[in-house]
Design a protein around this ligand. Structure first.
Ligand code: FEO
Length: 400
């Protein structure tokens, strides 16, 4: 895929990874991803971020297309040190020998720890720093913990363009480069998945950052993330509004029932609770961990008002696929949820206590759990159905 000029003298020079399926456990919905990076041609030539190391040949080829015979880059700007963006940095430094490498204060520390360099021309650019490329300037804004301590945004006021690194990204390998060139419903779904699985724990940072961008009155007509499609024109407001909506985590009239089951007793209970919820008018998703990836479950949980977790007792604890799910969910810190547990047992019966502790650790408002010895009777399934109705009432009280 050739580079694409996205504004006069500003080029996308990234790589499309059609085959990527996972980022350290976050499953990419079979859509792949892109590693976007950008070249600005001015009196000084600046490269914003790099690509994953295995795409270094692609990046070299793209840069050669744009630079022509004068293969010179004066400045590197490194907005984030995670290897999907900085994986080619050492190779690029060796080839282009830049005059300066600009990064955030925490970026410098991460750069040292990743590359153990001795003589790179690194210059730290805290928030408020401005450099000139000639006709253009670049301004730097630290975005600590969005989603690493080193994360930084780079803004060019002359072109009203901001390079946001992971923020506003989506994992979607496409031949199109702009958000207005693809199906909007798919784009929005993939933005939500990305947010739920990467950005969610840092929602307070998102709200603060967008509020300060708006307070500063920065003129922005192009937002360039390092994954997925680029936003231009009215889409800039659209994506920022969408991020505010994601970050506020206002729950919808929706419940996710996530469970694993040994001999189908817990499954029957989970389905009965789901029926009670659905009959009370709540939109329900039922997801068995044998058939669903934890990141797909998380994509459903993040805008739901309630989460029902189910597991039988197994070796005095819960089934491992549920332990995996709960560990993943707790790390992503979803807010404003109601939680409940169901589960069967044979002899010791710790499942509800353990599941409830996970829900409490996620700060959920807990509705009483239900456990049953071996196989649920019609009466127990009726209790689960009523549990679903009680959760539905709690959802209505919560969301109005
Ligand atoms: Fe896309 Fe935090 O790397």
């Amino acid at each position: 895929m050739k580079p694409r000029e996205i504004k006069d003298g500003i080029y996308w020079v990234g790589a499309v990874d059609w085959n990527r399926r996972s980022f350290h456990g976050y499953s990419l919905s079979h859509k792949g991803t892109t590693y976007n990076n950008y070249l600005i041609k001015d009196e000084k030539i600046a490269l914003i971020d790099t690509v994953a190391e295995e795409f270094w040949p692609t990046l070299q080829c793209n840069l050669a297309h744009v630079l022509g015979s004068d293969e010179k880059i004066d400045y590197f700007v490194i907005n984030h040190l995670e290897p999907d963006h900085a994986g080619s940095l050492a190779l690029a430094v060796e080839k282009y020998r830049p005059e300066k490498i600009y990064t955030s204060p925490m970026g410098q520390k991460a750069m040292e720890a990743h590359f153990h360099y001795k003589d790179w021309p690194v210059e730290v650019v805290p928030t408020g720093t401005e450099i000139s490329l000639g006709k253009r300037t670049l301004h730097f804004v630290e975005a600590r913990m969005l989603h690493w301590p080193d994360s930084m945004l780079t803004y060019c006021p002359e072109d009203k363009i901001v390079f946001t690194n992971d923020a506003f990204g989506q994992n979607w390998a496409t031949s199109e480069r702009f958000a207005d060139e693809v199906d909007r419903a798919v784009l929005e779904r993939l933005m939500g998945e990305y947010y739920a699985n990467i950005v969610l724990p840092y929602s307070a940072v998102v709200l603060k950052l967008i509020a300060s961008i708006r307070e500063m009155g920065l003129a922005i007509d192009t937002i360039c993330p390092d994954h997925g499609l680029i936003f231009r024109g009215d889409d800039c407001k659209w994506v920022m509004d969408k991020y505010v909506e994601f970050a506020e985590q206002k729950p919808k009239n929706k419940a996710v029932i996530v469970y694993d089951t040994m001999w189908h007793s817990t499954e029957k209970m989970a389905l009965a609770t789901a029926s009670g919820l659905a009959d009370a008018g709540v939109s329900v998703r039922v997801m068995c961990m044998k058939n669903n990836h934890h990141s797909d479950v998380m994509s459903e949980i993040f805008d739901a008002a309630a989460v029902v977790v189910g597991s039988p007792t197994h070796n005095n604890t819960i089934l491992p696929l549920m332990a995996d799910m709960l560990t993943y969910m707790k790390g992503l810190r979803p807010q404003n949820k109601i939680g409940a547990a169901v589960g069967s047992f044979g002899w010791s019966g710790e499942c509800i206590k353990i599941l409830t502790k996970w829900l409490e650790d996620c700060n959920m408002e807990v509705v009483e759990g239900i456990k049953v010895k071996h196989v649920p009777t019609h009466e127990v399934l009726g209790q689960c159905y009523e549990q679903g109705k009680a959760i539905a009432a709690a959802i209505k009280a919560k969301i109005g």
